[in-house]
Write a protein that binds this ligand. Structure first.
Ligand SMILES: [Zn+2]
Length: 392
């Protein structure tokens, strides 16, 4: 299997060469190099015996029909962030083609469709998941700019409804690099995603009083930034005490932001994620209360506004246990974990039972040219994938 794993890795590296920018990998929704990706990967799909097409959303589709009633979709995305690595998204599509090749002429087999989504990252139009929304029939009233891009790529937006997944599709499987450090820290090649974490985003404003840094004694100050700072440390402590909860205060703005003025105002963002919505909501409530508790004795007024409250998306329990069984049968340890990042599976899951298998990300690095995979991990994922397809 290691030979096929190396072929997968080489294919991902080759595809990374199809870019809008010289010397680095940047390939946004239906940009010209996506034609090259379709040609290159489409050729391997045909060699593996698949019928190849491009739907009206620009998704690359390869179909291999089988005698069994199951119809399994293996998919991920072919677009990238600017200055990307070679594996985010792409690996999941290439692995699908490799699995078809590995299955060879085994019969009876399920119908397997490999899909390379045209868009997931939301880079070109600020709208993510265009590809997976199209196949689930949830790309409602797309922006005129998206329709223009579809036409410019040589496709017909009027045919978008035809991009929808066949109603016979019974399962969706997405292989993806973890894009984080957890599997590496546990020394594990693979992780079975139990849910894609929900997300809360809030903005907090701490209002105190700007004043002279020289003439205002410490006990007579209303320093908005020190209140915010105490709260930021509390956010870190709070999240560290709860398993799998992550909370980030990634953006801070201070006014007037001058060396000799006590900060009168501090704006701090809060990003909270957890695979269980109740735990996430409780955390947000707790952190709002903490901000008030910290601010009050300091004479600071704190307000907040909610910017995002996105629910967690659970992966299908039956598919998850089938995937766990496949990983175990292939001889690898089973580890269940949430995904902190969003993925196409999140869009597909409400429509078709869905599962995700993570591959270890060396150094936890992603969205960066140094993004990589370990060949033996890719081989492990292929072996588990074969087990899943044979017995799933
Ligand atoms: Zn991705």
């Amino acid at each position: 299997m290691i030979a096929l794993a190396n072929k997968v890795i080489q294919c991902c590296r080759d595809l990374a060469g199809f870019s809008e920018e010289q010397g680095r990998t940047t390939r946004t929704f239906l940009s010209p190099p996506m034609h090259d990706v379709h040609r290159h990967l489409g050729a391997w799909m045909r060699d593996a015996g698949m019928q190849v097409s491009i739907d009206a959303a620009g998704n690359l589709r390869g179909l291999r029909t089988g005698a069994l009633p199951q119809h399994i979709v293996i998919a991920s995305h072919l677009d990238t962030v600017p200055n990307a690595g070679a594996f985010d998204g792409i690996l999941g599509v290439v692995m699908g083609v490799a699995l078809i090749e590995a299955l060879g002429k085994i019969d009876p087999r399920p119908t397997i469709e490999v899909v390379g989504f045209s868009e997931e990252e939301g880079v070109r139009f600020g709208i993510p998941f265009i590809g997976s929304r199209a196949v689930t029939g949830t790309l409602h009233d797309p922006d005129p700019a998206i329709l223009d891009a579809i036409r410019a790529f040589g496709l017909n937006p009027a045919e978008l409804p035809l991009a929808k997944f066949s109603p016979t599709a019974t399962a969706y499987l997405e292989f993806h690099i973890e894009q984080g450090p957890v599997l590496e820290s546990l020394n594990l090649p693979l992780g079975i995603v139990d849910a894609i974490a929900g997300q809360s985003r809030l903005n907090f404003t701490f209002t105190g009083k700007a004043n002279h840094a020289g003439t205002t004694p410490m006990q007579l100050r209303k320093d908005a930034l020190t209140a915010a700072a105490e709260w930021i440390l509390e956010v870190e402590k709070f999240a560290s005490q709860q398993p799998r909860l992550v909370a980030t205060t990634g953006s801070v703005a201070v006014e007037p932001n001058a060396t000799n003025v006590i900060p009168g105002l501090a704006r701090v963002s809060l990003d909270v994620r957890h695979a269980c919505d109740e735990i996430r909501h409780a955390a947000v409530t707790g952190l709002i209360a903490a901000a008030e508790q910290i601010s009050k004795p300091r004479g600071i007024v704190v307000t907040h506004e909610q910017r995002l409250d996105q629910s967690a998306v659970a992966m299908d329990a039956t598919l998850r246990s089938k995937l766990a069984h496949a990983v175990e049968t292939a001889g690898y340890p089973v580890h269940h974990m949430p995904s902190g990042a969003g993925h196409d599976a999140m869009i597909v899951a409400p429509h078709i039972p869905s599962a995700m298998l993570f591959l270890r990300s060396p150094g936890g690095i992603s969205h960066h040219p140094d993004e990589s995979v370990i060949p033996s991990d890719v081989a492990a994922a292929l072996e588990a994938g074969l087990e899943f397809l044979r017995h799933g």
